[in-house]
Design a protein around this ligand. Structure first.
Ligand code: GLY
Length: 432
């Protein structure tokens, strides 16, 4: 009998998860998603179109479909306690408990945990319970700060002094965050990278390094987005991350999982570490309790092992590095987004795709009406190009993106050799 697996979430990341699971033909796949993602729906036996944070409805659907375990894509579903609720019915989960997911959902919890357990890579920080307290701290702090609420913001709640706002702008922003706990952190300088790992409670197995691009426009300009695209290199690392940096980043993630276990919150699922590689080595920008979006599309495209076996070993606590291998190829993921995303995205605009046989298409925030794809207000679709090297992967993704017509755009610079060279040069300058 086929194993029945439920995916929760309807974005590009969840399309990549569903596609990776579907490669095992002994599966029957199901999905709960807020809107019908046409790519996911095609891979599933049945879907429930319903808000993913309604964990009571997720449980009812899982029981009705006799689901063995669920893979949770979205942080908001974890924050709502999906893993705990499913556990009450004996349904396993790739995604941590609500308590363990605080590593993402409560940035104050994350920093306090790192500090208490003396985990490396924690920037100096201050938690403020009122915006007045935050404003006073910002005014008196000698350097630049990063201002964010401690709760979930979909990646769009961060303001970096000296980059997006000046001191007065940071204060004004903090004043808009009243009734929320605000975290103020020292601004980090360097190059960002994402390290994700599968975690079975104690063992972590890393995935290839990925670099995401948060800013809306070419040259890392404009407002923050959910992520405009990302790339991996064929050797799964980056020239601006040394072996020592990598080892430190992975050790930080292992120490964090051990600390969570000591605090009574064992962690099963995917741990996402967003690092800033600074002159002094990697520092944690934040942890997430699930795959990154877009990063999932890079790494799951490369996954060479059976995702179903990995999931089962996560649930049974028997994960080993031998379970997991990735193709030694480069990937470039580029998101097509509504033209005025993220500030004034227009929904309902038709898009037309040309044939794109050299890139993998992942559907995201898009609906299909009478055979026509239409934009919604978030990222629309993504193309992942795969190649022997970055140039080949980038060309494949870019050609596919150029074949899309409609009121949409994408970042043409993601995955280009020129952008990578800029990152390498920046790191050299920082390290002297
Ligand atoms: N790529 C950033 C995130 O998934 O949060």
């Amino acid at each position: 009998m086929n194993v029945r697996i439920l995916v929760v979430g309807g974005g590009g990341r969840e399309h990549a998860i569903t596609l990776a699971l579907s490669k095992n033909t002994n599966t029957d796949l199901y999905c709960v998603m807020g809107k019908k993602n046409p790519g996911i729906a095609k891979l599933c036996r049945e879907v429930l179109i319903h808000p993913e944070t309604d964990v009571g409805a997720v449980l009812a659907f899982a029981k009705q479909q006799n689901i063995k375990y669920a893979v949770i894509g979205l942080e908001a579903t974890l924050a709502a306690g999906a893993s705990d609720v499913l556990a009450t019915a004996g349904i396993g989960c790739i995604g941590p408990s609500k308590a363990a997911a605080r590593i993402e959902t409560d940035k104050g919890f994350c920093r306090n945990l790192m500090q208490k357990h003396e985990i490396d890579g924690c920037p100096t920080y201050k938690l403020c319970t009122t915006s007045k307290e935050a404003a006073e701290y910002i005014r008196s702090y000698p350097g630049d700060l990063v201002v964010k609420p401690t709760g979930l913001t979909g990646g769009k709640g961060v303001k970096v002094m000296g980059e997006q706002v000046d001191r007065e702008g940071a204060i004004s922003y903090a004043m808009t965050l009243d009734n929320q706990t605000i975290i103020l952190e020292e601004r980090l300088f360097g190059e960002e990278f994402t390290l994700m790992a599968f975690v079975d409670g104690k063992t972590l197995v890393p995935m290839p390094l990925v670099q995401d691009h948060k800013r809306a426009f070419e040259g890392d300009k404009g407002p923050n987005t959910g992520g405009m695209g990302s790339y991996t290199l064929a050797d799964h690392t980056f020239p601006f991350v040394t072996d020592e940096d990598y080892a430190k980043a992975f050790a930080i993630m292992e120490a964090t999982i051990a600390a969570l276990a000591k605090e009574g919150c064992p962690y099963k699922g995917v741990l996402y570490g967003q690092f800033m590689n600074t002159a002094d080595g990697p520092k944690v920008i934040e942890f997430n309790a699930r795959f990154g979006d877009p990063e999932a599309m890079n790494v799951l495209t490369l996954l060479d092992s059976d995702f179903v076996t990995i999931a089962e070993h996560i649930i049974s606590g028997s994960l080993t590095p031998a379970d997991i291998s990735f193709k030694k190829q480069a990937t470039v993921c580029k998101y097509i987004v509504p033209r005025d995303y993220p500030e004034y995205p227009h929904a309902g605009d038709p898009i037309i795709l040309e044939p794109h046989e050299n890139a993998i298409l992942y559907y995201a925030n898009v609906i299909e009406e009478e055979g026509i794809l239409k934009t919604q207000t978030s990222r629309t679709i993504a193309f992942v190009g795969v190649g022997a090297d970055l140039a080949e992967a980038e060309a494949a993704a870019e050609t596919a993106c150029q074949g899309v017509t409609g009121n949409v755009r994408h970042r043409t610079d993601i995955g280009t050799e020129a952008l990578l060279a800029k990152r390498v040069e920046h790191m050299k300058e920082l390290r002297g």
